[in-house]
Ligand binder design. Structure first.
Ligand code: HEM
Length: 416
């Protein structure tokens, strides 16, 4: 834990968005691809040096702008690398990545698809693929107030990258998916696919939030974690892992499913509900974000699943969520985007042990939103006292990428 009066809010070494969210309406995840010869990686290293000098936003940049009410018109930028990307710019990473299996293999490697129960055939070609040896070196996440500013920023970044033999693919975007908070009026992210407010429940982190209860080492490497003292190597200090997944939300499955639940509830449970209530039952919150309680909150609901064992000492499977919605060619979905210190114990644990497992008690069914179960499955409504309801998966994984968001110190060291 950070000692004395030092606060993680003041960090100019931790990149922005991990702790201090990029709160803007427009986002792009630029996929970094290189044309230079990896045997001569100087252009890659020089480019990183320029990115640090000119563009990267730190935690303190964001915190200070918010404090001073000076966020309008600002552009936020962070930079992360796939395992393959780190090795291309610095051969030392071949050894350094030894035990980091999930990251080393990548978000769309066979290892990861098998573990998460994703299907290769569902992945869009050229979308977020960041396996070792693939051409995606990393991601630049950018945020801006409007589309024009976003496009200008993409142009400036692409121009710089181009002069170092690097191209930026700007096809992964999110445009304006927010809604005013009913109480404060503040613009808040929504996942527009199913129409729910998103990003509400976030971990409270010691040294960053005044009411923090979780050790920072759960999210930022080099700090104590919930399981004890930090053991991570120096190069990782002040870095974090990022999971980016393009999750398509299939409304042709989701909507009829809600009507079906309404009918079933009326017939079998004699419950009067409408489709909004049925959706809230699956998520565990209302569309405006109110948490369901008591018998209304089912154990299989998405938020119940995602917090199953998160109490006291086992509070070790938390993630910082920064997801934003996308819409593309008539399809909608969520660019799920999360930060954590350990991909296996955090994102992969949530997805595999909690979301995908439909049998283990007390889960009462797979996660109705993200359970990666390819055949129809059942959930036990009303905490098992009611009836079992048949569901089908409405979210499809279209892309998946694991990256590391280095500290500014590490970026400068690579650039040397
Ligand atoms: C299209 C896919 C998804 C949709 C539509 C979705 C939607 C939501 C919504 C509406 C909430 C409640 C509001 C909030 O607290 O922000 C929520 C909470 C949450 N989701 Fe998701 N989500 C999706 C994917 C995922 C994935 C892939 C994970 C991780 C494996 C995840 C983990 C969580 C967690 C940890 C919470 C907070 C639980 C809590 O502390 O109450 N979600 N999600």
């Amino acid at each position: 834990m950070p000692g004395g009066t030092f606060s993680l809010k003041e960090s100019d070494n931790i990149q922005g968005d991990i702790l201090a969210p990029f709160k803007k309406r427009h986002f792009a995840f630029l996929l970094i691809k290189y044309q230079f010869d990896p045997a001569n990686n100087k252009p890659g290293r020089d480019w990183i040096g320029q990115m640090v000098k000119e563009f990267i936003s730190t935690t303190w940049d964001v915190v200070k702008a918010v404090r001073d009410n000076d966020t309008d018109g600002r552009l936020w930028t962070n930079l992360s690398f796939t395992a393959g990307g780190l090795i291309v710019v610095d051969k030392r990473f071949e050894q350094r990545l030894g035990e980091l299996e999930a990251f080393r293999e990548g978000g769309s490697s066979d290892r990861t698809l098998n573990k998460l129960n994703d299907r290769r055939g569902d992945l869009q070609s050229n979308s977020l693929l960041g396996d070792k040896g693939s051409e995606v070196m990393g991601v630049i996440k950018i945020a801006a107030d409007d589309q024009k500013l976003l496009n200008n920023h993409i142009r400036a970044l692409s121009q710089l990258a181009g002069s170092f033999g690097i191209t930026l693919d700007d096809s992964v975007r999110s445009e304006g998916q927010t809604r005013p908070d009913p109480i404060t009026g503040e613009e808040k992210a929504i996942e527009s696919g199913f129409g729910f407010r998103d990003g509400i429940s976030q971990p409270r982190i010691m040294g960053y939030h005044d009411d923090g209860i979780l050790q920072p080492g759960e999210f930022i490497l080099g700090y104590d974690s919930e399981s004890g003292l930090s053991t991570s190597p120096d190069w990782m200090k002040d870095g974090s892992f990022m999971v980016l997944r393009k999750l398509e939300q299939n409304l042709d499955v989701w909507k009829p499913q809600l009507s079906h639940i309404v009918d079933e509830c009326k017939n079998r449970l004699k419950l009067e509900i409408n489709t909004d209530k049925a959706a809230a039952m699956l998520i565990g919150r209302t569309k405006d974000g109110e948490l369901l309680t008591g018998h209304e909150l089912e154990r299989f609901a998405h938020v119940s699943k995602m917090t199953t064992e998160n109490t006291g000492l086992s509070n070790r499977h938390r993630i910082i969520r920064r997801g934003v919605s996308y819409s593309e060619g008539g399809k909608v979905g969520l660019l799920f985007n999360a930060y954590m210190a350990n991909i296996e114990e955090q994102f992969e644990y949530l997805q595999t042990v909690w979301a995908n497992d439909k049998n283990a008690p007390p889960f009462q069914g797979a996660d109705p939103v993200i359970g990666n179960v390819h055949e129809p499955f059942e959930v036990a409504v009303n905490q098992g006292r009611g009836c079992r309801m048949g569901l089908s998966k409405a979210v499809v994984t279209r892309g998946s990428l694991y990256t590391f968001v280095p500290s500014l110190t590490l970026l400068r060291e690579i650039a040397r």
